[in-house]
Design a protein around this ligand. Sequence first.
Ligand code: GLN
Length: 374
Amino acid sequence: MKALIVLEDGTTFWGKSFTGPGEVFGEIVFNTAMTGYQEILTDPSYRGQIVTMTYPLIGNYGINDEDNESLRIQVEAFVVREYQPFYSNWRAKRSLGDWLKSQGVLGIEQVDTRAITRHIRLSGAMKAGISTEDLNPASLLEKVKAAPGLVGRDLVKEVTCKKPYRWVNGEIKEFFPFNPNGGFRVVVIDCGLKFNQLRLMEERGLQLLVVPATTSAEEILSYEPDGVFFSNGPGDPAAVPYVVDTAKKLLGKKPIFGICLGHQMIGQALGASTFKLKFGHRGANQPVKDLATGRIEITSQNHGFCVRQEELPKEVKISHINLNDGTLEGIKHRELPLFSVQYHPENAPGPHDSIYLFDRFMDMIKAFSEGKYQ
Ligand SMILES: NC(=O)CC[C@H](N)C(=O)O
């Protein structure tokens, strides 16, 4: 089934749907990871976005029951060069096409994804539309122009959990209070989290309570946590002032760790603003330098916005930078128990170089609880 892709600037691409008919709109972005399409498709940070892969062959290892990063497919649509329905992997349970179809998500193949990527790199990420029903470029372009963009849009409200839950043995459990004799207690603010963040924290012995992004600082403190975690999430970080407000009220009160959108919330709480990158960082091989050790980490990333480093107060140290474009990748407060990173130490998919940050969070919680944090 023929499919038309139209970008906001009028550029058109043709492809073929491998999941049936449909028409969708979103911001079109590219990801350079060679594997990990299941984790990418279920990452809530992609809400509102059409994702295209630069790697040309997608689908060959199928879809399994273990690698979902949230409860559903989150992207608006998935665009690839060549889809392979004949999958082969010992964990695979179904094909990528059947899985997309079962959740009503469009998959498009036979597209010149290299040309799309080069175009976005030159012109920037922009709105786009895909249709198998309206194959008239002029009329689809009108609809693209009328569709909402990402800037100024709060998508966190759409992906955050509806009510607090506990994460136990790698599963979502109905809310129950922390065990006073159990491990350290962490309240996780769910802005659209990836499950691997919870898996890695649980592996370190933390008790986890996940709460909706709209939860107030007062309520969070009422659970008497030993630490607070701000997760990743979709959309424009400037459009979620309520989470920034919560972060402001928690600064210095509890050890805090933030990832991606969580980092952008903390950055704003500290007084800096955010801006949109030209085409963002999405992939599994972004080089990041830890300025304290000089060590380079190869990181997993997925973001289109960034904190303005020049607006951070002097009590905040820049801890990590991106070696491709020099943008801010991590901060650490000089006095308060607080650090955050723009990239994804939980990987999924991607290299494990940065997992040490979860140990650092654990160490910070322990030191703070013993009154020894400095
Ligand atoms: N992965 C994330 O948390 C992304 C944060 C934010 N939505 C951005 O694109 O910059």
